[in-house]
Design a protein around this ligand. Structure first.
Ligand code: S3P
Length: 452
């Protein structure tokens, strides 16, 4: 089988998962009906869609001839949620989605409704305490902080002044949803800037918030009810999904790929910045048409030699989901790379820090964690000119979609075929159903073999 194929041509990726979750949650809380175009088909977004529907939003989903989904959501507005569940059995299953779980907790904090949140084993291992603590100080009651998490919101929620312990867009958003229902001004800050999709969408839903100039964060005065925008929300392609194609194109000889219609929000582009500093052949053409999110085209072409990378501690949130891919790039760079402040990776769908180190060790690169005096964790990677993995080996992605796709990229880069179990392969549909088929089709061979 010839595995020396290159990735060519234009390509589109599914709609941005982060923006989709937020658009659905704002729309559910809004007065009026919101049209959302470009909804991704992944299971995570489906968990949010199901959740808002169960809680009382009216949802109608349509799939166009191009296969792209759009949804109309009629929110509960000032009437508040009206769960379609018997009062003694109000459980929302968040599946694998930490975003869904955290957003529900924030959103329901201001309503006296008892709700129980459940999820899959991965979600149940993820930290919720650091969100529940500030929400409980606002008035949320929590009868079980372990899974299934049982909470009951308060009619009168107190505002909060909080400095998040880590830069986290999920926590920031959950607290903003709670602050919408609080009486008074809340102030939410974080140690570094995380993705700002929530702040951008808040404006589209006519929410008044004041961005702080000297700190990363905002003040918001409640109560406020989002107002459905007149114009549809159009979700651009997901940069984090595009990142798999970018990495493969940069590493596979002869590749020349253009990704069209992808979101180019600057708070998501830390990976591009790092790649450009390494000397990778990647360029970005941005269209900022005044709608809430900039988007455009990314061009990536094979780059034989890349230099090492050294990222700053305060920029890790801008590429946190791309670390497995940045690590692959560093593994084939000349010299030592240092990716700073990525301890949060241990708390994702799996312990991604350990998963990445295991992955690099399989292809002959050396990576280790360095712990700093303040407790933060860096990843130190020694580059290796040519990566290689034994053909046919069986590896594990710990049922984590991004690790499974990173393995597919690494396998293609090494021009081998590796084996993953069915659960690992199925996990990909959390964010990017169809990725493996399209990747295999464009490569001309299957870099992953499914083991039942
Ligand atoms: C996300 C924020 C990040 C990211 C996750 C999606 C979001 O998580 O890793 O995939 O949509 O807000 P944290 O907020 O936990 O850092």
């Amino acid at each position: 089988m010839d595995r020396r194929t290159a990735l060519k041509g234009p390509i589109c990726v599914p709609g941005d998962k982060s923006i989709a979750h937020r658009a659905l949650f704002f729309a559910a809380q809004a007065q009026g009906a919101t049209q959302i175009f470009g909804l991704p088909r992944g299971k995570d977004v489906r968990s949010s869609l199901n959740a808002i529907e169960k809680l009382g939003a009216k949802v109608s989903l349509a799939v166009g001839e191009d296969g792209i989904a759009s949804v109309m959501v009629e929110g509960w507005g000032s009437d508040g949620p009206k769960p379609h569940m018997p009062e003694d059995a109000r459980t929302v299953d968040c599946g694998n989605s930490g975003t869904t779980a955290r957003f529900i907790l924030g959103m329901l904090s201001g309503y006296p409704i008892k709700i129980s949140l459940d999820g899959d084993p991965s979600l149940k291992s993820r930290p919720m305490r650091r969100l529940l603590d500030p929400l409980c100080s606002m008035g949320l009651s929590c009868s079980s902080c372990t899974w299934p998490i049982e909470v009951c919101g308060a009619e009168r929620l107190k505002p909060i002044t909080v400095e998040l312990p880590v830069a986290s867009a999920q926590m920031k958003t959950a607290l903003l949803f709670a602050a919408l229902r609080a009486r008074g001004t809340s102030r939410i800050t974080e140690p570094a800037a995380s993705r700002d999709h929530t702040e951008r969408l808040a404006e589209a839903f006519d929410i008044k918030l004041v961005k702080l100039t000297c700190e990363n964060g905002f003040e918001i005065t409640g109560p406020q009810t989002p107002c459905a925008p007149d114009d549809p929300i159009v979700i651009p392609g997901d940069f984090s999904s595009a990142a798999f194609w970018i990495t493969a194109a940069l590493c596979i000889p002869g590749s020349d790929l253009t990704i069209e219609g992808v979101g180019l929000n600057p708070t998501r582009l830390g990976f591009v910045k790092a790649l450009q500093a390494m000397g990778a052949n990647i360029s970005v053409e941005c269209i900022d048409d005044g709608t809430s999110e900039p988007y455009g085209r990314i061009h990536a072409a094979y780059t034989e030699l890349v230099g090492p990378c050294e990222t700053l501690a305060n920029e890790s949130a801008t590429f946190i989901d791309e670390v497995p891919l940045l690590a692959i790039m560093c593994a084939r760079a000349t010299g030592e790379s240092l990716i700073r402040n990525i301890g949060e990776l241990k708390l994702k769908e799996c312990d991604r820090l350990t998963a990445v180190i295991d992955m690099l060790s399989q292809c002959g690169a050396n990576a280790r964690v360095v712990e700093n005096e303040d407790g933060s964790l860096d990843l130190l990677i020694s580059g290796k000119a040519k990566l290689g993995i034994p053909d046919g080996i069986k590896v594990s992605a710990h049922h984590d979609h991004r690790i499974a796709m990173a393995w597919a990229v690494l396998s293609a880069v090494c021009q081998v075929q590796i084996r993953l179990d069915a659960g690992d392969i199925d996990s990909i549909s959390v964010s990017y159903p169809g990725f493996l088929d399209e990747f295999s089709r464009r490569l001309g061979y299957a870099p992953i073999v499914r083991v039942e």
